[in-house]
Design a protein around this ligand. Structure first.
Ligand code: ADP
Length: 209
């Protein structure tokens, strides 16, 4: 097998990637990895923790080398403790790659089977969602409207071009303004057949020659 068998969850801040990804991650055979969650678990007094706070509090992306390095370390750790079984699980990636350079850095090790694009044409609804989340989850980067708006600009400038990096035939669009349950149902409609094919390939590999 070449690289991690991967489905990317892609969409602007507030589009619901995390909610859908966390649900998927509770189902055996899927491993959810949200880059922002990994950053938030880092000790804020460590070197990387300070870099994360410096950039995320302004709504900026953390530099690529630090981000990809941290991601590698996290995936290795999850593999070592048996939470992520690369040979069996589909990796559900959320929040990485977040610009074209990160996509290039990860090109060799990810086998991207599908990109789920959570499309959101109502910026004000997303901004309201982020404000509500800020109160609930104590998120520094969502607390100020100017930072939220900047994160949207960064998404449009730096992250949206990642969509064109992957072949259009593997990109599925989902309307992010639907209810969380409907978004999850539509993601499952696409991802379950991919998981079935993956399991069939595994079974074929295990057949004695
Ligand atoms: P959201 O999905 O609401 O945009 P995340 O939790 O994914 O938020 O990310 C929060 C912050 O963490 C980002 O604004 C950024 O500063 C940092 N971050 C997360 N993932 C990456 C990444 N792949 N590259 C650079 N910075 C990242």
């Amino acid at each position: 097998m070449h690289g991690h068998q991967t489905v990317l969850l892609f969409g602007p801040p507030g589009s619901g990637k995390g909610t859908a990804g966390r649900c998927l991650g509770t189902i055996p055979g899927f491993f959810h990895c949200a880059c922002g969650d990994v950053f938030r678990k880092i000790d804020p007094s460590s070197e990387l923790g300070r870099v994360f706070i410096e950039y995320s509090s302004k709504g900026e992306l953390v530099p690529d080398d630090a981000t990809v390095g941290m991601w590698h370390a996290h995936i290795r750790k999850m593999h070592a403790i048996g939470s992520y079984k690369p040979h069996v699980d589909l990796l559900i990636l959320d929040g990485i790659p977040r610009n074209v350079h990160q996509a290039e850095m990860l090109e060799k090790e990810l086998e991207v089977l599908r990109v789920m694009h959570l499309v959101c044409n109502d910026e004000s609804e997303m901004i309201d969602r982020l404000r509500r989340r800020a109160l609930k989850d104590n998120r520094l980067d969502d607390a100020k409207e100017s930072v939220i708006r900047h994160r949207w600009e960064i998404y449009k400038e730096e992250s949206a071009p990642v969509l064109a990096y992957y072949p259009p035939e593997i990109v599925s669009e989902i309307d992010a303004l639907q209810s969380p349950a409907e978004v999850l149902r539509q993601i499952l409609d696409v991802v379950v057949p991919i998981q079935n094919e993956h399991f069939q390939r595994l079974a074929a590999e295990e057949q004695p020659a």
